[in-house]
Each structure stands twice: as structure tokens, then as C-alpha cells.
Write a protein that binds this ligand. Structure first.
Ligand code: FAD
Ligand code: MLT
Ligand code: ZN
Length: 476
């Protein structure tokens, strides 16, 4: 995008300060670099400024002013995204709009089982408010202490309870969105049924800030599940992990909340960081199972029966069941600490792929040799949401290869992972979205028809191309 003239930018900053207060229009280099970099330091940009509006009305004023000045906006929540979606370009010509001051829980309705929140509310705060009302908000991610509801909606976040409750799009009933020209769409409905034409709520979910700024949402709550049975298991193979899903479902039905896969290198990495290993097995694959139910339910019996079936069928080698909340927490750490632990190996080349669950074993058996041939000594750290057919096939550098040289190979290594995924009828982004890093790849794997319809939607809502440009769809 071309740089707007300096006097126009000065005028814009003056107008923004008048609209939301000078303290909330940041232009100091230290502030700009914090908001201009993602949590891993994998994506770096330079914001023209950072604006921090406190209400939907202020967001609307900001967007109208920037739109009229021809300046692009990059919405940002907790900045925990994996693919550069919340990071501005390096040209210093885009404004980061942080939702960090919009943190009000507007309403909790235990009877209607809904919660209405500002987009900047952090996920754990929604979970806690739901729990206080005796309900469950089931979205659960390793980043839940920092990521925001707006970011979860914009990325259509997944996490560790998708196989029971679905992705974020299954948990949103209504939205409030500031459109790219500053108009406010009030779609804050709490209806379970509404068939009045195109579903705009679902259109904005997963749009990664390219169609508008989400300012509020009505979310669906579920019955609380205070009784939990949790196990850590050693597995003979990835195929066994896929087969075990059917066994778990036969025994636990829809009380099965979590079925996560962890490879031995991923387990070893986390244990190397000091997390207790309750099952020091030499198996190549491990898994975390959780079955949850309402007070008085026998989820422990379901788990025991399922593990018995799994052991008898040779799908489980060994298992340990949490005997206390502290032990449960310990088992969860073996899974949730992987992302953070992998950063200690140097820069990570991340992949977030999904295939039909029956193709998972084939994906893993093909990718291992192909990647070792392409870059001997490469260290795949594989883990993910096996119940959803979603693996994080994340790559770390060979020990003697500098990080920079490793990252220089990102395109060809990712092509190996993505080609194989596509051959198995999979998706190159199961839950993290496309951001800037996967926009071009996604277009290459989609049909021309699909990409042109996506572009038509973008052009209809954002004809000036000022709402998070270059994310999801490449710049033409
Ligand atoms: P940001 O990173 O700030 O933004 C992400 C995208 O959303 C950007 O394109 C941004 O422009 C847009 N956006 C943000 N807020 C708004 C808004 N209000 N309106 C419009 N657009 C907006 N993700 C998963 O899906 N599953 C996981 O299991 C998972 N585990 C993770 C574990 C760790 C340790 C970490 C660090 C991340 C993990 N993530 C996971 C990725 C990330 O946390 C999610 O993508 C999350 O939904 C991003 O929320 P955020 O508020 O940080 O968004
Ligand atoms: C997770 O499931 O923990 C994250 O989505 C994975 C990642 O770090 O790639
Ligand atoms: Zn994940």
C-alpha cells in the first residue's frame, strides 16, 4: 500500500486522539514494537500507531477515521496467534487496533445458557464467569490466559475439547461487528434458531479481522462437568490412537471431551523442562484422555472400561489414571507445555494440518522419511488433537543448523507437509487460520472458484482493502 501524505497522517493521529483520548493512541517506538511483533517473535511489523479504544462506539469512530484517511487497520486481541494475522506490515503504514481495553462481561444468563462479552475479554475470564454461574464455556486452549474472545472468534479457534463441543463457530450465537467503513452491525442475538437469510455471524467467524472488527459476542454455555476422569496412555502406533477413538466413544459416548496425541520427542521435551513423567515408557506415542460429566456421574467407570478394552485390543500399552486434581494437572502439563518447550530448540516451522482420522497414520508414516531426506537431522515435534484428525507437525532445526538457515528452508519443508496433507484430502490449516504466513499456500490448494468467491466476499465488505490487508487472501 502506498504511504498517505505526512500531513494527512498527522491530521489522522490528531483526530484519533480527539476521538479516544491521547493516552490511547500510542506512537512511542517501545510500544510499537510490542504490538508489532507476535508472541514468538516469528512475525515482525512496524505499526504507524497503536490505538486502544474502550467501547464499540470508539472502535467505530477509529475505523471511520482510518477508512476516510485511506489507512489500513490490523485488529489485535491477545496476540497469541500462530500465523502473523495480528501483526502489521513492516512499512509503517498500518494502524494496530488493540481490543485490550474492551474487557467487560456484559451479561451472564444461566437459564438461557448464554454469556455476552466484549471482544477483548480473555478466554479464562469467560470460563470463570461461566463457572460462577454453574455453567461451562468449553473452549480450551494452551493460550487461554492471554487470548481474547475476539481473537478466538476471528480465528475460529479449536483446542482440546473440539471433539465434544465443536470449534468456536459452534459456540457463538451472535456478534457485534464494526464494518470496514465504521458502521456497526448489531447482531447480538441469543437465538438458537434464526433462519432469516445469509448467516452473517458465521461469515465473520474465522475471517481473521479481514471483514470487520468484532466488538462483542453472545456465546453459548453448556452444563458444568465437575467430575473428570483423566488418563495418560502409551500407544503402539498412530493407527492405534485413531482406532482408540471409537473404543472411547463406545464407552463414554459424548462425555469424551479430550483425546490428544503426543509423540515421544514432544513428551521428552516437556519432561526435560521438569514436568513429572508418570509413565516413563519407551513407546513412540502417548495420549491424554479426559471424560467429563455432571455431579454424580461415573466417568471413572467409563474410563476404566475403555482402557480395559483398549489394553485387550492391543491399542493401549500402558496407562496411568489421575487420582487427584493435582495429578490431573500434571497429566495436562505433559500436553499443554509442548508449544512453549519447543521454542527452546530454536525457531519452529509450524504446521496445523487435518486429515480424515483414518489417514493420520499414513500422513505420519509418509512425512517422516520425506522430511529426513529433505533435511537430515530435522526434528519433528508431533502432537495434536487426534480426536479431530488435527496434528501439529511442528519442525525444529537439526542441532548443528543455525536457526536462520533452517527458516530459509521453510517454504520447501512446508510444501512437503502440505502436499502430503492435500493428497490425503486434508486441510493445511485445521484451527490456527491463514494469517499472512499461509494465505498464499491456501490459495494454491483451493479451487479457483473457491478463491474467487472468497475475494468477492472480501470486496463486497471491504472494497478499499483496508481491513487487515494481506491476511487470509494475498494482496493482488
Ligand atoms: P490475535 O493473535 O491477537 O489475533 C489473531 C487473528 O484474529 C488476527 O488475524 C487478528 O487480526 C484477528 N483478531 C483478533 N481480535 C479481533 C477482533 N476483535 N476482531 C476482528 N479480528 C480480530 N489455537 C487453536 O485454535 N487451538 C489451540 O489449541 C491453540 N493452542 C495454542 C497454544 C499456545 C501456547 C499458543 C501461544 C497459541 C495457541 N493457539 C491455539 C493459537 C491462538 O491462541 C488462537 O489462534 C487464538 O484464538 C488467538 O486469539 P488472540 O486474542 O491472541 O488473537
Ligand atoms: C496446541 O494445540 O497446543 C497449539 O495449537 C499448537 C502449536 O503450538 O502449534
Ligand atoms: Zn492445537
Amino acid at each position: 500500500m502506498s504511504q498517505a501524505p505526512t500531513d494527512l497522517l498527522t491530521g489522522l493521529l490528531t483526530d484519533l486522539r480527539a476521538a479516544i483520548g491521547a493516552d490511547h493512541v500510542l506512537t512511542e517506538p517501545a510500544d510499537l514494537s510490542t504490538y508489532g511483533t507476535d508472541w514468538r517473535g516469528a512475525f515482525r511489523g512496524t505499526p504507524l500507531a497503536v490505538v486502544r479504544p474502550a467501547s464499540t462506539n470508539e472502535v467505530s469512530q477509529v475505523v471511520r477515521l482510518t477508512h476516510d484517511a485511506g489507512v489500513a487497520i490490523v485488529p489485535q486481541g491477545g496476540n497469541t496467534g500462530m500465523c502473523g494475522g495480528a501483526v502489521p506490515s513492516g512499512d509503517g503504514d498500518q494502524i494496530v487496533l488493540s481490543l485490550g481495553r474492551m474487557r467487560t462481561i456484559r451479561d451472564v444468563d444461566a437459564t438461557g445458557a448464554t454469556i455476552t462479552v466484549d471482544a477483548g475479554v480473555v478466554l479464562v475470564e469467560v470460563q470463570a464467569a461461566a463457572a460462577t454461574a454453574g455453567r461451562l464455556f468449553p473452549l480450551s486452549l494452551g493460550s487461554e490466559g492471554s487470548c481474547t474472545i475476539g481473537g478466538n472468534i476471528a480465528t475460529n479457534a479449536g483446542g482440546t475439547a473440539v471433539l465434544r463441543y465443536g470449534m468456536m463457530r459452534n459456540l457463538v450465537l451472535g456478534l457485534e461487528v464494526v464494518l470496514p467503513d465504521g458502521r456497526v452491525w448489531d447482531g447480538l442475538r441469543s437465538l438458537r434458531k434464526d433462519n432469516t437469510g445469509y448467516d452473517l455471524t458465521q461469515l465473520f467467524i474465522g475471517s481473521e479481522g479481514t471483514l470487520g472488527v468484532v466488538t462483542g459476542a453472545v456465546l453459548a454455555l453448556h452444563p458444568a462437568t465437575p467430575v473428570r476422569a483423566t488418563a495418560w496412555v502409551a500407544l503402539p502406533s498412530v493407527a492405534a490412537a485413531a482406532d482408540l477413538l471409537a473404543v472411547l466413544r463406545d464407552r463414554a459416548g459424548d462425555r469424551l471431551s479430550t483425546w490428544e496425541l503426543v509423540s515421544r520427542p514432544a513428551r521428552d521435551l516437556v519432561v526435560g523442562q521438569g514436568v513429572h513423567d508418570p509413565l516413563p515408557s519407551s513407546a513412540e506415542w502417548f495420549g491424554l484422555i479426559e471424560i467429563a460429566g455432571p455431579a454424580g456421574s461415573n466417568v471413572g467407570d467409563d474410563l476404566e472400561a475403555a482402557l480395559g478394552d483398549g489394553l485387550a485390543a492391543g491399542l493401549v500399552l500402558e496407562a496411568v489414571v489421575a487420582g487427584s486434581p493435582a495429578q490431573r494437572q500434571g497429566l495436562w502439563e505433559l500436553r499443554e507445555r509442548i508449544t512453549e518447550a519447543q521454542e527452546t530448540l530454536g525457531p519452529t516451522i509450524k504446521h496445523d494440518v487435518s486429515v480424515p482420522i483414518t489417514a493420520l497414520a499414513s500422513l505420519v508414516s509418509r512425512l517422516g522419511p520425506a522430511l529426513q531426506t529433505a533435511l537430515p537431522g530435522i526434528r519433528p515435534i508431533i502432537f495434536g488433537h487426534v480426536g479431530d484428525g488435527n496434528l501439529h507437525y511442528n519442525l525444529s532445526r537439526p542441532v548443528d543448523l543455525p536457526g536462520e538457515s533452517f527458516l530459509a528452508r521453510a517454504a520447501d519443508l512446508s510444501a512437503i507437509v502440505h502436499d502430503c496433507t492435500a493428497e490425503l484430502a486434508g486441510s493445511i490449516s485445521a484451527e490456527h487460520g491463514l494469517g499472512s504466513s499461509k494465505a498464499a499456500s491456501a490459495a494454491a490448494y483451493k479451487s479457483e472458484v473457491e478463491v474467487s468467491v472468497m475475494r468477492a466476499v472480501k470486496d463486497a465488505l471491504d472494497p478499499s482493502g483496508l481491513m487487515n490487508p494481506g491476511k487470509v487472501l494475498t494482496l493482488e
